[in-house]
Design a protein around this ligand. Structure first.
Ligand code: ATP
Length: 349
């Protein structure tokens, strides 16, 4: 059950606007979030286990101003955060660890928590992608597999356990009785654009009541598929797997930027219609085929790990801001601007 919007409004209206802090759990994109907030002059809180604390202390410019130690990262200390005037920044680990508890947390969260429900349910997520007019891979019934398909386990597990199958027989042999999604396997280049939607300004690429910024693009490095040529050269055979290991920067043909911007704009406007919008960062996972057509298979309405590549700005933020701008810093900038304009309610739920 989502915590009522009205309750978050009340908590936020009691905050001292001059002392807003940024909080997140120490994982995923936390270094970047703390670093960006520091550059914007906003104090930060890192929720951590005792063991992990030293990792963040090893990076003085990326560590939080204050640590809150917990025994288990699934436990977000909501009332302590409220006492600290904190806004919680959701990232991949926070969403994965907290699960449905995140929806219930009585602490202001950047973005719209309705989006959490839409991105975690694959059927709803595809409804959103389609409502935005994006092309998506076909979802195939297990007994009708007529082409190479990728079989996906539920939840955001960074591709862990995914396999390619070529027939219904192979599917039942490997996944019979399991709750999985079977999707057409797309051939092309993976392109994962990172966007920021701001309802506070119209100065830029217009979307809904504000604008979107294309902050960067990454491509993931997945084991073992992305080093397949080495394995093959070594004369070994292997079963392709898709577990994310890291990310690398991607810059695409400039003539494709219009497609990326339009996809971002359409996602924002579809989110408006379906569940009241997605202020803040979001990301798409797409494959661009040989005809320069983009097919989207995932959307995340939050900061993604691919943004960790550019803590001091990307090849795209260079044309948006004169100062080094990361996604973490962009988040802090938005909170600062919204707070000054008394519009925090617009970007937080
Ligand atoms: P996360 O939530 O961390 O993004 P996930 O577990 O939801 O991960 P996906 O992002 O859906 O997994 O997919 C993992 C990887 O599998 C992708 O990065 C891509 O390389 C590959 N993949 C996913 N869907 C397809 C597809 N339809 N065709 C080809 N490859 C795909």
């Amino acid at each position: 059950m989502l915590v009522p919007h009205e309750k978050i409004r009340q908590i936020l209206s009691a905050y001292d606007k001059k002392k807003i802090k940024i909080a997140t759990i120490c994982s995923h994109t936390a270094l970047q979030i703390f670093h960006g907030a520091r550059l914007e002059g906003i104090k930060t809180i890192g929720i951590t286990t005792q063991k992990r604390r030293k990792v963040y202390e090893a990076f003085p410019l990326g560590k939080p101003d204050k640590f809150i130690e917990v025994d288990d990262l699934r436990e977000v200390p909501a009332s302590e955060l409220v006492d600290e005037n904190a806004i919680l920044i959701p990232h991949g680990s926070l969403v994965e660890y907290s699960g449905s508890k995140l929806e219930e947390l009585a602490v202001p969260i950047l973005g719209n928590r309705h989006s959490l429900l839409w991105e975690k349910d694959r059927k709803k997520m595809f409804e959103w992608l389609k409502a935005a007019g994006l092309q998506v891979p076909a979802t195939i019934e297990p007994d009708k597999i007529d082409r190479p398909c990728i079989v996906k386990l539920p939840g955001a597990k960074g591709g862990r356990g995914y396999r390619v199958v070529h027939s219904s027989e192979e599917f039942y042999e490997k996944f019979g009785g399991m709750n999985v999604t079977v999707q057409e396997y797309l051939i092309g280049v993976r392109v994962y654009p990172h966007y920021f939607y701001s309802p506070l300004s119209k100065d830029g690429y217009r979307a809904s009541e504000g604008k979107i910024e294309l902050i960067g693009i990454d491509r993931r490095f997945e084991s073992n598929i992305d080093e397949a040529y080495r394995t093959e050269q070594a004369g070994l055979s292997f079963t392709p797997s898709f577990t994310v290991v890291g990310n690398e920067l991607l810059v695409i043909r400039e003539s494709l930027l219009e497609d990326l911007l339009e996809m971002g704009k359409n996602l924002v406007e579809a989110a408006d219609r379906l569940f009241g919008g997605i202020p803040g960062p979001f990301c798409l996972e797409t494959i661009c085929d040989e005809n320069m057509q983009f097919f989207a298979f995932e959307v995340s309405a939050r900061i993604v790990a691919g943004t960790n590549i550019y803590p001091l700005g990307s090849p795209y933020t260079a044309y948006l801001y004169p100062e080094p701008m990361s996604m973490g810093r962009r988040i802090a900038r938005e909170i600062k601007l919204a707070s000054k304009a008394n519009k925090l309610q617009k970007i937080v739920y």
